[in-house]
Design a protein around this ligand. Structure first.
Ligand code: CP
Ligand code: NVA
Length: 315
């Protein structure tokens, strides 16, 4: 395979990346994880600056970007909406223009996908989507890295998402799975199905990658799953939907009974975190021996470091 160059690229959604480019990032993440474990991390971000823009809270994403960049000599700057204008008194375009003059790259976490797109268009530097209402692409990279650590390759493996099928995490998993040939099943009530437009796009990708894509309300579809994934029932910004979601999603809670529907005892459990134990997952599952949620959290850092190295031309 020709070595892809991602220098100068933003990551707004994985729809913009080819399977080869995603593969390159995942393989690079494996290498940087090993370097870190061997105490051989380098100083590749020395002299570089990274703006970290947050409209929503974060533990993992912020810490992954800050530690990955900082430990290699870079200087990350955290900017919440309490600190900067970003659309409040100054347009997103103007903020982007200014940040692009001072920073080598920008991470954005917030509400609208259009904000991260505008930042990329006007800043002239790589922009990373650290979660919007629509997508969470850096999460999906860590998820597939974790799946592959357990099963060697994601291709042909069965990944089932049980929960809010229309949220940013489920939608990003659907995209990366379709691109890489992972068989992806979303198990969700029909009113929470991922939007038809994205499903249609992914069906075309699946035709190329040879994977299966299934959207269903029936948890019998868990049979044979290699991994069962869930995420919170109430995503950030959707707090008003709480009662409705709890009622709708109760049958989709990942508990021992639901895990048993896989018919396997080596199925792993995945969760992007943060988790609301007792809602989307029970404590015995997420804190039990099949859970890989903590590996996933660590892998956020390695995949994000790989993304920054590649897009800054340092890989
Ligand atoms: N998984 C994830 O994005 O976690 P944070 O919200 O803590 O960043
Ligand atoms: N779907 C969740 C993911 C958190 C990492 C949210 O958007 O709040």
């Amino acid at each position: 395979m020709a070595r892809p160059s991602l220098k100068g690229r933003s990551l707004l959604t994985l729809l913009d990346y080819s399977p080869e480019e995603i593969r390159w990032l995942l393989d690079l993440a494996v290498r940087v994880k090993k370097e870190k474990q061997d105490g051989a991390a380098q100083q590749r971000f020395a002299g570089k600056t990274l703006a970290l823009l947050f409209e929503k809270r974060s533990t993992r994403t912020r810490c992954a970007f800050e530690t990955a960049f900082g430990e290699e000599g870079g200087h990350p700057v955290f900017l919440s909406t309490q600190d900067i204008q970003l659309g409040a008194k100054e347009s997103v375009e103007d903020t982007a223009r200014v940040l692009g003059r001072m920073f080598d790259a920008i991470q954005f976490r917030g509400f609208k996908q259009s904000t991260v797109e505008t930042l990329a268009r006007y800043s002239g530097v790589p922009v990373y989507n650290g979660l919007t209402d629509r997508f969470h692409p850096t999460q999906a990279l860590a998820d597939i890295m974790t799946l592959e650590e357990n099963f060697g390759s994601g291709r042909g493996k069965k990944l089932c998402f049980s929960g809010d099928g229309r949220n940013n995490v489920a939608r990003s998993l659907m995209v990366i799975s379709a691109k890489l040939g992972v068989n992806f099943t979303v198990i969700t009530p029909p009113s929470l199905n991922p939007d038809q437009e994205l499903v249609e796009t992914c069906r075309k990708l699946v035709a190329e990658s040879g994977a299966a894509l299934c959207v269903t309300g029936d948890s019998a579809a868990l049979e044979g799953a290699d991994a069962v994934y869930t995420d919170v029932w109430v995503s950030m910004g959707e707090e008003a939907k709480r009662e409705e979601r709890l009622a709708l999603l109760k049958p989709y809670q990942v508990n021992a009974g639901l895990m048993a529907k896989t018919g396997r005892d080596d199925t792993i459990f995945l969760h992007c975190l943060p988790a609301v134990k007792g809602e989307e997952v029970t404590a015995d599952v997420i804190d039990g021996p099949t859970s890989r949620a903590w590996d996933q959290a660590e892998n956020r850092k390695h995949t994000i470091k790989a993304l920054m190295l590649a897009t800054l031309g340092l890989d």
